[in-house]
Design a protein around this ligand. Structure first.
Ligand code: PLP
Length: 369
């Protein structure tokens, strides 16, 4: 008799539930400083809390399809209407819907590494194969460089989706606008992840204009970062009406809670709240970068996310060693696999002013002692 495991789809075998040990640790030990998950250090504004309370009292009711907040997002992004907007329980869920919509087992997805890990996990669960194109880098470069030619070269007849984050996590930089257009022209579903775009400015940096020009371009965003609502779970995709509505066939009914929808709308309307968070983040980024770049053999990469990547070639020091040193001071940082022949990588999420001071002190202690 076959056993239950013989009935699972073969591509699920070996795949595991995703969880973040560092986030679990941070909840278990609230005294630790959470400088690791690209969260916003500032809690939601009063206007958002009011919406949470108001709709918390109506939590016995099902949500509608999100008319109000989808309308607001369409209007903010110069799109015709709610059918250009797909809501997700975080943008991670939006990726799941997109990948399930386009992939059959064996199909390929192209991502640009290093990058956000969920693209790969959701690709594998859909039976797809992840093709990773590395960014270009050598010690001394200002940035890790996007490689649009490398992405175009990686296309095969099996390529069904191309994903590029702008700015990229964890490198913090942006790809030139002209390269988005080149990739869009392939006709392959092209997803631009703008999870952090508000920190640099939607007007200045968003590629949402391509959505009206190319049906195959989708832009994803989240309210987990600049809006500071990671725990609420609010992500969305913007795209051509017919494309969005086809992907919406995969949407689990009532995926986004009533509370998230209305709190999200309140956050979108609270433009002063967003500006405060963005200004705080960007001035802290500049301060940390200036301080860390004073340390010989340590490089902080310019970023307009709420995180910063570092490389080091200090003799006898490693990124892992830095993370352990920070841990001994009560801070949780994020690691980065050795890459480009260096084991000096480590990552920071911007914290409160005090936490950032602690981080700067810890980096100086570790690399200068
Ligand atoms: C590039 C990028 N995209 C998407 C997300 C997912 O955000 P969420 O699922 O919270 O909307 C993250 C989270 O860290 C990210 O770094």
């Amino acid at each position: 008799m076959p056993e239950i495991f013989d009935y699972f789809v073969p591509w699920l075998k070996g795949q595991k539930m995703y969880f973040s040990p560092h986030i679990d640790l941070a909840w278990r030990r609230p005294e630790l400083h959470r400088l690791m998950s690209n969260e916003n250090p500032n809690p939601p504004s009063d206007k958002v809390i009011e919406a949470i309370l108001k709709y918390g009292k109506m939590a016995n009711r099902y949500a509608d399809q999100g008319f109000a907040v989808r309308g607001k997002l369409a209007e903010m992004n110069g799109l015709p209407g709610i059918e250009n907007v797909l809501l997700g329980n975080g943008s991670s869920e939006v990726y799941d819907m997109i990948l399930r919509s386009f992939l059959q087992p064996g199909d390929e997805v192209i991502q640009h590494t290093p990058c956000f890990g969920i693209y790969k996990l959701r690709t594998l669960v859909a039976g797809g194969k992840m093709v990773s194109v590395p960014m270009k880098y050598k010690w001394g470069d200002e940035h890790l460089q996007y490689d649009p030619d490398g992405i175009l070269k990686a296309i095969t007849p099996k390529t069904k989706v191309i994903i590029v984050a702008n700015p990229n996590n964890p490198t913090g930089n942006f790809m030139d606008a002209a390269h988005f257009e080149r990739i869009a022209q392939t006709g392959i579903p092209f997803i631009v992840d703008e999870a952090y775009v508000e920190f640099a400015g939607v007007k200045e940096k968003s590629q949402v204009g391509l959505v009206s020009k190319y049906k195959n371009v989708l832009v994803t965003r989240t309210m987990s970062k600049a809006y500071g609502l990671a725990g609420l779970r609010f992500g969305y995709a913007l795209g051509d009406r017919d494309v969005i509505m086809q992907i919406a066939a995969t949407l689990i009914p009532w995926n986004q809670s009533t509370i998230a929808m209305w709190a999200g709308l309140a956050a979108l309307e609270d433009t002063a709240g967003l500006k405060m968070r963005v200004d705080f983040n960007n001035s802290e980024l500049d301060r940390i970068m200036t301080e860390v770049n004073k340390i010989p053999n340590v490089k902080a990469f310019p970023t307009r996310g709420n995180y910063m990547l570092f490389d080091s070639k200090a003799p006898g020091k490693t990124g892992d060693g830095m993370i352990k040193h920070a841990e001994s001071k009560g801070m949780i940082l994020r690691g980065q696999e050795p890459m480009y022949g260096s084991d000096g990588w480590f990552r920071l999420t911007i914290g409160s002013k005090e936490e950032n001071d602690m981080f700067i002190a810890a980096v100086k202690e570790y690399f200068l002692k």
